[in-house]
Design a protein. Sequence first.
Length: 574
Amino acid sequence: MSLTNGSSSNVTVNSYLVEYHDLIKKGEIIAGRELIQQLDNLIEDLNSPFYVYDVRDAHFRIQFIERFCKHTKSPFHGKPFILELWEKAFIEAFYSFKWSDEGYRNYYDEEPMKSNLRRFKKAIMLIARKNGKSTLCAALCLTELMCGNGGSDIVCSSNDDAQASIIFEEVANMREQFDPDDKRTRKNLKGIHNTRNKSKIFKLSERTRNKEGRNIDGAILDESHEMKDNVIAKSIDQSQSTKEEPWFINITTEGFVNDGYLDQELKYGRAVLAKEIEDQTILMWLYTQDSEAEVWQDERTWMKSNPSLGTIKKAKYIKDQIRKAQHDKAERVFMFSKDFNFKQNNAAAWLMPEDIQNEATFDIEQFRGAFAIGGVDLSKSGDLASARAMLMKGSTKYMLQHYFIPEAKLGALSTAERKVYEQWIREGLMTVSDGNENDFRHVTAWFVKLFKQHGIKFYKVGYDKWSAVYWVKEMEDCGFEMQRIDQKFGSISEPMKLVEADLKSKLINYNNHPIDRLCLENTALKINDKMEIMPVKVQGKEDKKIDGAVTMIFCYRVYIDNRTEFLELVKRAG
């Protein structure tokens, strides 16, 4: 299909948007429902009297990118940037829809200041990692610097300075290849400058001082999934309030921040896409899957969230990720978020029931005189506390555990829960403290009892840094060496992954302890963009306990930090 180029000569030009839409409809390109809905809406708008579809600005930018922009990263370094069809369709759609005078009056209820103002002010592109989004954004920034309005301020923005620097430095590298002798441009500490038209590109992040009061024409917001609030985006929006044709492109993958800035933007944008909210100024360009099942069952559908699959992103990369994801929950959560744009939260359990189930038991007398690692998760007042000893024979870890609860907490339980807790108390699995708080002297006494009655010697005892100072001093006075553990991604992730692997391999014998089993069932994982994990309560089970899982992880942290020395002690004692 051809469209007029917006000039009076009625010369016809090809439309990348129409071509992209047609190929999807024919099944030659596979796309998800959300992208198809947006494309259908745009094709319908081509015939609307409210818009003029003028491709000149878009095609000029496409030509500039393909002629003057070069790749800066391996394996394409130095090669011309030949845009994918989906990239051309996006650029064309964003720049080509202009308001007709009638459309502007209808939408804004005022006369336009000039004819054919650009319709879209904001675009949200949700796209899986490694599909070339940073390179595309860098090319758009350089193109606007060289071809856009003179005196424009353009920002490369993100939640943190390091992420904002990724696109900024890529623009800088493209600029060096485009203008190696600095005849038209220059770069300094303040940004990248077009010395002829006085436009500039600079970075903006959470760390940037004086984010307010700027005069921004265009912005790229990268990886907005990490943003908990809209501080950066709001600053950009406010700074564009005097502009006739501002542009703001939010390009991101899905992430792990719940109810953050991206969640709110996608909620609003999807309502616009579904025509539940009227907003003709936002372009939703969403590369998403239609179900998790199709990811496992049909690799052809991977293109729905990976439009550059086969040209930039390799199918074998996704296949490798899927193999890992079949055996590792963190890998699975991360893959679904980053490679297929499924929103991930802590709604799902960390472990499958078959991972937790282990009816193996052991007799403590098997470990008389053995060395152990301890782990303690002291509760806040009025809650459950957990203490643990981890022993080893061969590759298997054997767990001794005990739980503690204040009497007042028992009274607050439901009738059914109280019966279960009282049964655990009768079986000697739990100790009750008088009043409203746990008496941590009971915890100390449990460790001392293991040494006096069974000769179990503790190498070190891991504890949360928020544990009561007086209790730590009491343990040290009894001769226990203590190791403080931060409940943060950096320290918790590695041991949690090893606990998962050992549970799946049945290398953890927790003596079929019912409270351990319950804690493991209640535990979910929280994940960050470094694919580090930490335990949280399963969503909807905020009142349930995970203390036993936490002390298991604490023991593994101490074990990992001291593996060689501890195994040597185990060997000697054995």
